[in-house]
Design a protein around this ligand. Structure first.
Ligand code: CO
Length: 306
């Protein structure tokens, strides 16, 4: 009898000891996790005040929250005009310094700034400068501030985006219809050559894609000539922009006679508008997430030298 008792008495003791050991292990691994510097995301876009453009940003926001669980995701709009407009409407969005201050307040030590620009043009340069200025004004605030490059940085990015756009516009495009993409571009030419590169990759993958810009060197008139020469009878028009905002709704598919859609119709071409920003096109935001994760460009330190 005493033997049986002691036999039963040992087992729970062993169990308790094992349980304590396990708890201790959990405790140490948990503590190790907590010593990792807290990561935060700053999503930087030009901005939009058009409510219909919002779903694109909402989709990008969701993609980043999924990819960086537990990390605060803060937005910054670089356009002062748009920030002012939104503030007047009672739905303010901060600028770069506001966003970085918010992340610091949240206890973030490692920031990943992700550009939502399509190409590295003037706006991306301004973003980089704004981040650098803020970092230099607040030395030591963050351990690292990584800069994620814009959506289209490499040939691989362009191929990936082409597949995303083709999949999304497939049902709207018939067998013989062309896809017309409206890029932004800039009047003084920055990003013109990058845009030419994107055109080349897209054309190589799909000869029925035609592209032009609102402000860049590739203009609508030249594209229209090409469409006429190719005897295109039906096109789907879509913005090659992160959001389907003002340019998509007015310059591309608006009611004015000089909108792309109306000029195409006047030339006898049937037009369907695909008013969807890249941000809300399934698969595109994944490229941005990849750029955010891949970036080793820490703006708080000297550039890495070979
Ligand atoms: Co514009």
């Amino acid at each position: 009898m005493p033997r049986t008792l002691s036999h039963f008495g040992l087992r729970p003791l062993l169990f308790v000891l094992l349980l304590l050991a396990a708890l201790n292990l959990c405790g140490t691994s948990h503590a190790a996790e907590n010593t990792e510097p807290k990561q935060g995301i700053l999503l930087a876009a030009f901005g939009t005040s058009v409510p219909e453009a919002q779903p694109a940003f909402t989709a990008v926001d969701a993609e980043f929250k999924k990819a960086f669980p537990g990390a605060p995701v803060v937005w910054a709009y670089t356009s002062q005009i748009i920030r002012k407009k939104l503030a007047e409407q009672g739905r303010p969005v901060g600028g770069i310094s506001d966003g970085l201050a918010q992340l610091a307040k949240d206890g973030v030590k490692v920031v990943r700034v992700q550009s939502l620009h399509v190409l590295a043009g003037e706006e991306f340069t301004a973003l980089e400068r704004a981040v650098l200025l803020d970092v230099s004004k607040n030395p030591g605030r963050f351990e690292a501030v990584f800069m994620g490059r814009p959506l289209l940085e490499s040939k691989a990015d362009a191929k990936e985006l082409l597949a995303v756009i083709e999949a999304d516009t497939k049902s709207a495009r018939g067998k013989n219809s062309a896809l017309v993409l409206m890029g932004h571009g800039q009047s003084h030419g920055r990003a013109d050559l990058a845009f030419e590169g994107v055109c080349a990759v897209f054309k190589a993958g799909d000869k029925n894609i035609h592209m032009a810009t609102v402000e860049g060197a590739r203009n609508f008139d030249d594209m229209l000539k090409n469409l006429k020469a190719a005897r295109i009878k039906h096109v789907v028009v879509a913005p090659l922009m992160m959001v389907a905002g003002d340019h998509a709704r007015n310059d591309l598919a608006g009611d004015e006679d000089d909108s792309w859609a109306n000029q195409l119709k006047a030339a006898g071409i049937k037009v369907d508008a695909h008013l969807k920003g890249l941000g809300e096109t399934p698969g595109a935001a994944a490229i941005l997430v990849r750029h955010a994760k891949e970036s080793t460009d820490d703006l708080t330190k000297e550039p890495k030298k070979p």
